[in-house]
Design a protein around this ligand. Structure first.
Ligand code: SAH
Length: 351
């Protein structure tokens, strides 16, 4: 069997692995051992699994492959120690992941897809569209590799890198179960945040999964008219529907919603916009995270001035809304979604 045709064993849940082992005529407890090697010890080949017989390792490697990401580049911010990694997937695609160091622990921002098809106007990840979804193994391995490379434990995960996680729903949910599994890295589900541009059916579905994860909703506008100029997804779902889905998420999970709001000069950063936004979310248990837009060279959006940002924050606060201004991490290293991958690929094309 060629390597590409072998099955991706790192994406198997414990149950799936057990069924696979039984089907091969082996004992179910072997599945537990293999799962531990893959997800606790982060083994990258069957040869490392020394408590399995050579014969079993041989049979496994004929049917399965162990997908691991290969680091192709890393950049470290001189400002705050943020590290941005570029990883190569087994089929040659490139993705990016970011390690941010906070007082409360190490947080990794992972990508959920290669590219993205949501088309947000200010975002670099979406310019060439969607290539493919990431597998559970590829979602997990972004964290495994960063832990290996730094030798430090990761305690928090934000699914806020390239891609729309709700557009890769099944793999996302599988990933959340596996990364929090006690036989894996055992990262608390409470320390996981998933960011979405607002796919309403999937938000409702996630609300019913019984997962205590935080939902971050990319709002970026106080009304549909402005939202449509920035985010094509606003043509599919009205803001009212999106906000209702967020209410439902809170009602089901008890988790406070985070609204992300990237401030774009002259587009969504006026005091009237702040007032209108407050009017629409004041009844909700939420908080707003303001992010000055990180300008990308392909578009001519500009970030709001500090003064405007503070005025916007002030207005929201006066209306009783909790607001934070996102501490910008790694601004000196192509910080925003998809920028580093894009500049890397452009350099590759020129060679
Ligand atoms: N697709 C998901 C997650 C990925 S983007 C989503 O839309 O939420 C994570 C956040 O960064 C989103 O709020 C996104 O709108 C925002 N973002 C993307 N590019 C940006 C840029 N250049 N400047 C500021 N924020 C950006």
């Amino acid at each position: 069997m060629e390597n590409g045709k072998k099955k991706d064993i790192k994406s198997y849940t414990k149950k799936e692995l057990e069924a696979a082992l039984l089907a091969m005529g082996d004992k179910a407890f072997r599945a537990g051992q293999i799962y531990g090697w893959l997800h606790q010890k982060q083994a990258e080949s069957f040869d490392e699994m020394t408590n399995l017989s050579k014969e079993l390792r041989e049979r496994l490697s004929q049917v399965y492959r162990v997908d691991s990401l290969k680091q192709v580049q890393v950049q470290e911010s001189r400002l705050d120690g943020t590290k941005k990694y570029l990883f190569e997937l087994h089929d040659g695609h490139i993705i990016e992941s970011v390690l941010m160091k906070y007082r409360h622990g190490n947080s990794v921002c992972i990508s959920s897809q290669v590219g993205c098809r949501m088309g947000c106007r200010f975002c670099a990840s979406t310019i060439d569209g969607l290539e493919r979804n990431l597998t559970p193994a590829e979602l997990l391995d972004q964290i495994y590799q960063i832990q290996k490379l730094t030798g430090e434990r990761v305690s928090h995960i934000v699914v806020m890198g390239s891609g729309e996680p709700m557009d890769n729903y099944e793999n996302l949910v599988k990933f959340i179960h596996m990364i929090s599994d006690k036989d894996g890295l055992h990262i608390s589900q409470r320390n996981i945040t998933v960011s979405t541009c607002g796919l309403v059916p999937q938000i409702k579905r996630l609300a019913e999964e019984g997962l205590p994860i935080t939902l971050a909703l990319s709002l970026h506008a106080p009304n549909d008219e402005i939202r449509k100029t920035l985010m094509p997804v606003a043509n599919a779902y009205q803001m009212d529907e999106v906000l209702d889905a967020c209410q439902y998420y809170f009602a089901q999970t008890g988790r406070r919603i985070t609204f992300e709001y990237s401030l774009v000069s002259g587009v969504n950063d006026s005091e009237e916009a702040a007032k209108e936004l407050a009017g629409r979310i004041a009844h909700m248990n939420c908080h707003v995270n303001l992010i000055p837009v990180n300008p990308i060279k392909e578009r001519n959006y500009k970030e709001s001035q500090k003064k405007e940002i503070l005025k916007f924050q002030n207005k929201l606060e006066k209306c009783g809304i909790n607001v934070t201004i996102r501490r910008e991490m790694g601004r000196d290293i192509d910080g925003a979604c998809g920028q580093l991958r894009r500049s890397y690929r452009e350099k590759q094309k020129k060679q």
